[in-house]
Write a protein that binds this ligand. Sequence first.
Ligand code: 86X
Length: 662
Amino acid sequence: MIEKQIKEYLHGKKISFEEFTHSSASTCKEQAQALSINEKDIAKSLLFKINDKEFVLVIAPGNKSVNAKMLKDISGSENFELATPEEVKAIAGCDPGAVYPFFEVMPGKDKIKKTYIDAQLMRSKELYISAGSHANSLKIKKSDLLNLSKGVVTELDTNKIKKQEKFDKSNQLNKSNESNSSETDLGITVKKDQDISEWYTQVIQKAELADYTRVSGCIVFRPRSYAIWEKVQKFLDDKLKKSGVKNAYFPLFIPESLLCKEQEHVEGFTPEVAWVTHSGETKLAERLAVRPTSETIMYDSYSKWIRSHKDLPLRINQWCNVVRWEFKNPVPFLRTREFLWQEGHSCFATEQEADSEVLEILDYYDEIYRDVYAIPALKGRKSEKEKFAGAKYTTSLEIFLPNGKAIQGCTSHCLGQNFSKAFDISFLDENGSKQNVWQNSWGYTTRSIGIMIMMHGDDKGLIIPPYVAPTQIVIVPIYKEDAKEKVLKEANKLKEKLEKNFSVDIDLREEYTPGWKFNDHELKGIPLRIEIGPKDLEKEQCVLVTRHDRKKEFVKLHDIKDEVEKAMKRMHHDLYTKAKAHLDSSIVELETSNEFMKAIDEKKIAYAPWCGSKECEEMIKDETGGAKSLNIPFKQPKLKHGTRCFHCEEEAKYYAYFAKSY
Ligand code: 86X
């Protein structure tokens, strides 16, 4: 009996599972009904035939239909055919509806050439599988399934692959840009509100912010975006230092034994970890993870460094890169496999100090979004489902983009004593008794650059808010040959005058017309343009143009500094106000499931009384096709006694924000 062999195999591998016997189910739908679970939590196994000697095993979510064409698309091979019931019987020893995902158990395992695992399965922690019969199912951990499968993880969905290809099209795209340099192609060729994802792809490339590379999900941060990051770094770094945080740098590589020390926090993340396994041809004694976050390696040191209450607080920050090998489709800046960030990790003697730092840091983050990027954010605490598993609680800033999707802007966690217990970070207090420290961790990433691009850009291209712009002003001298000398002299004088307070460029390129230059600077999002020509000289004035509204003003040369200052202030204010108006008008306060569905369908943010439970949130997500809680605002309206959860009608605990998100 194959059922018995499967279970023996799992026992032999020391893999735990739960077994369910149920009424006979020959499809995933029936199986889901019999188990009272969602179809997508089933990992179904299918066999496809390449030729008489070669088959592939495909593992996909129960709700996804997989066909031969999909396999052909992803593999590039000639032909696939669903295996016949007779072939399934011969290879797997069971009926087609009862195939299990463990090729090693199969009597015909030698014919299995490859295993394809759909990337969507990466999103579940536990999965139900068939185990050789129609009347039993096993529940196993996704990580165990992956470890046993030795498969290729891929997106079986061809639409998603197309998106991936868009990201990967690096070479063709650059080449076509080179050969096709007619003026019409220089600008953005789609409207932002018609196709925001195409608009975004064009903006980041044409404004020279980022470039794709040969590694899917990894981008080049070109000078124009890296300089934005440097500005953000400076702003935040100054704040952190003033507050007493010290910078340090920890290793990129984390030994496996260390990464897995606090199980809860790695649990859901294991498939995203990138590993170094070899030096040259020699296998390393222990695999090394490329850091996905540095809790474990930093806390290993902290446990050595902290002995007494005099060693506290310990507050360390590092600016670095991290790698998370995600399977969702990558988007430059917003979701890349390698990104840049700062991660702060602090230890305190008391819970109160930790609590207050969580909010202090979240305030700094809010200031960057508000005062530097001109972006309003929703501040609050994450739900049980969405918080960091290793944390006591997680706080976040959530941002609402013009396309009606929310995105997490950053997080600040209170870790409580979870890690200090696992890593033995303890101190002797004033009374000489041993105590575990209270910890926080917090991070701000280059995703913020993507959020800025999405938020402010328009049909002409990028708009960089003035206080984060690497170049704030560009001067364009306008002249015919006869006035060249005079105009250039005055333009240079202007540059010198402004340079003390602002970052200024002067566009002296001879091969382009002023009009061409205007378009170019608009595409690249430079906040202010100053035009100066012979007529202006006579009147001792120049023309000042703000990028976001393209308003022109004549300004006396004498007043230029003040006027630039004012224009920047106005621009920052306008950008913030526009974003805030969109945010405010998108929030819908509601109380029932019907209103909720409508709000989510209309791409709004639902603000609703909620029970906060994980199960309730999972159901909301399934029923709405992906709406998540954003956060639970700190400032709460008074709940009337007996107010019910909008969804499950248990008692409501608070109001929370929900939306579809990135
Ligand atoms: C969660 C938590 C936390 C410091 C922050 O959000 C801010 C800065 N860290 C990060 N997280 C993981 O712990 C994690 C772990 C592994 Cl092993 C992984 F592969 C991916 C992860 N992603 C997020």
